[in-house]
Design a protein around this ligand. Structure first.
Ligand code: UDP
Length: 171
């Protein structure tokens, strides 16, 4: 229902464009992270950072070989602004995300390194519908919007870790 809900929303947008000549844009947003994520959001980046900072075990679901491509929030917002500012015929759908692909295990190891944490890594059952691989093809965004992300995972995680350090201290 999650996937279908998104697909249905896109269809409704195109119906409104066709029937009412509404000016629309459709962005397909891939995994995004950064400061101001909620510590209990349950997403992999926030979970791993909070676990690493608190010295708790890092919970990898499955064997950690599944991949994700993580986009820093500022890059994503710039992409959305570029799409909104683009010519009206550029409706999308257009993929916005960072194509640099990492395994969940690589992410865990990088976060342990950047936080200098002593956390261990443990494995938990993989949710049934967990995609094995996810990497956006951003060819269209590059061509039509001249947009591509510029913040590396290393730099983005460092800023996000600092945010969680500051907020966890006050919680
Ligand atoms: N994941 C994990 N440990 C966690 C949270 C998530 O190993 O504590 C995995 C999850 O199974 C998935 C990946 O990390 O393979 C990304 O999960 P998230 O919920 O952040 O995003 P999505 O599944 O929507 O891509």
């Amino acid at each position: 229902c999650y996937d279908e809900g998104k697909r249905c929303a896109e269809t409704l947008f195109f119906d409104y464009k066709r029937q009412h000549n509404l000016n629309i844009r459709i962005a397909r947003i891939f995994n995004t992270y950064g400061p101001r994520m909620h510590a209990n959001d349950g997403r992999v980046v926030s979970n791993f950072i909070v676990q690493a900072l608190q010295g708790d075990p890092i919970t990898i679901y499955g064997d950690g070989t599944q991949t994700r491509s993580f986009c820093y929030v500022d890059d994503l917002i710039n992409g959305i602004i570029d799409l909104m500012d683009a010519a009206d015929e550029i409706t999308g759908p257009i993929n916005l995300g960072n194509p640099d692909e990492f395994t969940v295990l690589q992410l865990a190891e990088l976060i342990i390194e950047l936080t200098q944490s002593k956390s261990s890594i443990i494995n938990k059952p993989l949710p049934g519908d967990d995609p094995k691989r996810r990497q956006p093809d951003i060819t269209l965004a590059k061509k039509k919007l001249s947009w591509s992300p510029s913040v590396s995972l290393n730099v983005g995680l460092t800023k996000t870790i600092q945010y969680f350090k500051d907020t966890l201290e006050y919680s």
